[in-house]
Write a protein that binds this ligand. Structure first.
Ligand code: CMC
Length: 429
């Protein structure tokens, strides 16, 4: 017999059915709570609230498990490519040869941005954070492809908009970098795959063609795969919430990019390096920063540590740490920030504060070390996260709009403001 949870309020009992997911995780369904009892639930930060059912990504935060469409992240990081993983997330299965070829070819076909969009880059000051221009330009894409602004696109339209977004975002990011360093844009090339194409657009110039290095390509490939989805995180929930009003995919993802920007979410990779650079400038005293991170009167935290879901090692962090070590060894780079990061991890993992709160390094702790080694500038780190997260956002928007039970997202609140009070004319105040 299925479990029920009984809510007993003022002697009236409401039976709430328990829903069980594929991996045995349980939730009790409170859909009738307000209509039957007049109560709402209060859950700031949604720490106990499931907002939807989803078949895309599974996480077990206690065991440190992450799977896309059932496939462990470790296997994808070792064997897959970002484009194949994007297909998996968006279409729910691994592509066969023909499907992968067609999907990759579509990436090349849609990799250019409309020439008029280049004017946007002139309009922004050089100091613009690339997350600001990325969010604006993704929203602006809707102006260039009005035929695709649909609240519920058909399959063909969905295929096109997905591939367009994945491909054009990479071009927008590379162009925005070129703009900040005052170099001419490098256009996407038909003969290059996703990651090499990005690197070439970023780092080639008319005088210095960029030499692709296999290890660099693979490291970026792995990072993008690891960032591709993470179920109902802040930015993905934002994409779903905005999309629940039937806003189009460009608008929803533009909002998701803004949500990702914050230092507690995708902006943490930039914040980690800024923190490590600060410690280095300050003489390398790791203990001092750990003490500050524990002090409730000091607003600093140990950036790249802790996670809402993982109460064990973030499986992505384990892969990235090894990937950073391997890449730096292969490139013959010695980055003192990597030594500092390892020192900090060791110290934090021995500290009672971090042990008792189950705070471990997360995906953002070591990723910046790899971006630095590749030559990606600091303020573009969150942009790399956004490029990686694009397939997840698309998959979630698609899953949501195709779910007939989906409703507009509209939480309640407990009002704690003034009681009814009469308006007082200005001259009497
Ligand atoms: N440094 C110091 N203390 C911390 C940290 C940290 N990085 N993270 C959590 N805590 C403490 C927090 O102060 C609280 O202590 P207490 O119980 O004494 O009040 C306890 O641990 C629980 O923290 P919380 O803020 O209730 O946890 P949360 O689930 O609301 O926040 C988090 C999760 C990721 C926002 C938080 O751990 C954090 O701010 N980490 C640093 C920023 C960061 O690295 N973000 C990237 C997350 S992974 C990428 C992604 O977003 O997907």
């Amino acid at each position: 017999m299925a479990d029920n949870v009984q809510v007993n309020y003022n002697g009236k009992i409401l039976e709430c059915p328990v829903t069980v997911g594929t991996e045995g995780e349980k939730a009790f369904d409170i859909a009738k709570l307000r209509s039957q009892t007049g109560l709402i639930t209060l859950d700031p930060g949604f720490s106990n609230t499931g907002s939807c059912k989803s078949a895309i990504t599974y996480i077990d935060g206690e065991k440190g498990i992450l799977r896309y469409r059932g496939i462990p992240i470790e296997q994808l990081a070792e064997h897959s490519t970002f484009v194949e993983t994007a297909f998996l997330l968006i279409y729910g299965k691994l592509p066969n040869h023909g499907e992968l070829e067609a999907f990759s070819a579509a990436f090349n076909e849609h990799s250019m941005i409309h020439e008029d969009m280049k004017n946007f880059f002139d309009a922004y000051p050089a100091s613009t954070h690339p997350m600001a221009s990325l969010s604006a330009m993704v929203c602006a894409l809707s102006a260039y492809y009005p035929e695709l602004i649909k609240e519920n696109p058909n399959q063909k339209e969905m295929d096109r908009i997905a591939v367009q977004l994945l491909s054009k975002v990479r071009t927008i990011c590379a162009f925005s970098y070129k703009k900040t360093i005052g170099e001419p844009f490098v256009y996407p090339r038909y003969d290059l795959h996703y990651v090499p194409n990005f690197l070439n657009m970023m780092f080639s110039s008319p005088t210095h063609p960029y030499k692709l290095v296999d290890e660099v390509v693979r490291a970026l490939q792995v990072l993008l795969i690891l960032h591709a989805d993470h179920e109902q995180n802040c930015s993905t929930s934002t994409v779903r919430l905005v999309g629940s009003s039937r806003a189009n995919l460009y608008a929803s993802i533009s909002a998701g990019i803004c949500a990702l920007w914050g230092p507690l979410h995708g902006g943490a990779n930039q914040a980690v390096i800024e923190m490590l650079e600060g410690i280095q400038r300050d003489g390398g005293d790791v203990a001092k920063y750990i003490t500050r991170a524990k002090d409730k009167n000091d607003h600093s935290r140990l950036m790249g540590f802790g996670h809402r879901v993982y109460k064990n090692f973030d499986p992505r962090a384990k892969i990235i740490k090894k990937c950073a070590d391997d890449l730096l060894n292969k490139l013959g780079i010695h980055d003192p920030l990597l030594d500092l990061a390892k020192h900090m991890e060791d110290a934090a993992l021995k500290d009672e504060y971090f042990i008792s709160r189950k705070l471990y390094p997360n995906v953002d702790f070591y990723s910046g070390i790899i971006y630095r080694a590749v030559g990606i500038p600091l303020n573009m780190f969150p942009v790399m996260f956004a490029i990686g997260r694009m397939p997840g956002w698309i998959a979630h928007w698609k899953e949501m709009i195709q779910d007939p039970t989906n409703k507009i997202g509209r939480p309640f609140q407990i009002y704690v403001g003034a009681k009814m009070t009469d308006y007082v004319q200005l001259e009497q105040r």
